[in-house]
Design a protein around this ligand. Sequence first.
Ligand code: GLC
Ligand code: MG
Length: 258
Amino acid sequence: MVKLTQGIKNVARFLFVTDLDNTFVGDDEALAELEQLLSQNRQEYGTKIVYATGRSPVLYEELKEEKNLIDPDALVLSVGTEIYLDKSNTPDSSWSEKLSPGWNREVVLSKTNVFSELYPQPNTEQGEFKVSFFLEKSLATRVLPQLESMLKESGLDVKLIYSSGIDLDIVPSGSDKGQAMQFLRQKWDFVPERTVACGDSGNDIALFAVGEERGILVGNARPELLQWHNENPANHRYLAKNICAGGIIEGLKYFGFL
Ligand code: GLC
Ligand code: MG
């Protein structure tokens, strides 16, 4: 009897990974419903909840307070360059250690300096493994390839992530939301079929591209994500009709998680 109950629990348990801005957050009413469903699932079955956002710790705390977000089991901040476990205030060191080879913040800064099209984001949004700018959408198609080849030529192993037609993040190539999700999935022993990621913009592509995890694109997904989705169709990914948390609930039901 006990064994049977445990069996059911293990099947019902899943790993829930979500972007925050315009994905988890954006429709207050649907968010309240989703938080309730997730909290209950976590309590009953041991489902794990992870927020994966481009925000720094400072901007994450602001949003958490403003929307009174439920506590996650882990936090992936600064586009996957920082992972926080068990409410810790210090980024997980085994993750940080993976990001150091091929990364040099000073060299990134000196190479990007010559591009007048790049406007540095506020200091709070600069991280040990993240250099961020604003870059106008109309300039991006020209500037991004130039910048990328210049950084590669200088021997750095970095990646450019462009989101929402404005945000440019330069990070170590071994680091993004998707790789951070896999790190947690393996740590907590979830199979890809019991893992689901939700997002709306460019920095979420990594969540959907990294493997066979289930993916939910909310109905308000941005053009850069929709374009990628159309060019890379997959049965394990679902484009919702509803926006934000409403789209997430729709997708969780579609995949049978709820
Ligand atoms: C968040 C961060 C910003 C980043 C963007 C996209 O807005 O604050 O630094 O560029 O996400 O990842
Ligand atoms: Mg977003």
